[in-house]
Design a protein around this ligand. Sequence first.
Ligand code: NAD
Ligand code: LMR
Length: 333
Amino acid sequence: MSVPVKRVIVSGGAGNIAYSLLFRIASGDLLGPNQAIALYILDIPQAIDGLEGVRMELEDCAFPLLKDIRVGTDPEILFQDVDYALLVGAKPRGPGMERKDLLMENAKIFIEHGKAMNNVATEDVKVLVVGNPCNTNCLIAMHHAPRIDRKNFMSMTRLDQNRAMSLLAQKANADVCDVSQVAIWGNHSATQVPDFVNAKIRGHSTLELIPDRHWLETDFIKTVQQRGAAIIKARGKSSAASAANAVIDSVRCLHEETPEDDWFSLGVCSDGNPYGIAEDLIFSFPCRSRGEGDYEIVPDIPWDSFLKEKIQLTEKELLEEKALIEEMLAKKV
Ligand code: NAD
Ligand code: LMR
């Protein structure tokens, strides 16, 4: 039985991450082996040759699921009727920078793309923001697209979750499949809180299998928080294949029923519930899906005093980023 084609837009289509992501989407990794796909690939006019190159390579793969490829530089055309908007296009940070140093420069992109989605995307488009600082960029896009449900705006913290899972597995001498219930709370930044308190390894408390709370509170958290910077230092460029992989994981989680004893991390709009995080921030929470493209925030996960203090810090950082943006918009910079 044939199912309607799903339209997926990737911005930043001539960039580093897109070069991994587009081919995985087209091969069926994003929406499954039975879902035909149209890929809309957006970049800026200076990148048009790169976009054409990507188009040629996609054609040369002869992917059976890929029914249409459109490349271009006009968001008002390419966001038309899309089902998924994967917003990767943004400047990456260089060595020594924090992601929030990109805020002023990248904000303009998310204002433009938010407006374009508001004008021409389907009402139920699902938006995943990857371009940094992704939480606040997502907030900006959401504010410029009031026609689209706030619930549909998400930012990517899955890469942080995957990093945390790998590290815990290595330390416990376990398989990564044995690690579950790993939440990232807050911002995709150096204040993010990878939650080892509630994480499980082989169904047991992480603290039972890694009885070294000092390591968990220091090296573990710091390594996850600083992994992006470590990759930039090593590669001279920011993470790309692992970021693309995390995009795939983030979207797939929405379409697969989350096992009862697990959750996944996603930056979503806070309405103050159920953890008392300030409203109108894109904050990473542990989420679950019923497998219908939706999610809900998992309630009642306990915070000990250590987690609580760290979570307050990441919330404070997001409030500061939001205040900066409000100031910028008030000045119409
Ligand atoms: P890149 O520089 O290789 O590619 C970015 C692309 O975006 C370029 O081709 C550029 O021309 C394009 N672009 C710029 N302005 C645009 C606009 N207005 N519309 C459409 N496209 C535009 O960068 P990259 O390595 O692919 O990284 C992209 C972003 O993703 C960066 O901000 C990076 O920091 C971020 N990132 C986030 C995560 C995460 O976990 N959330 C992980 C890795 C990277
Ligand atoms: C990452 O976490 O790898 C990305 O956000 C890129 C970066 O700037 O660290």
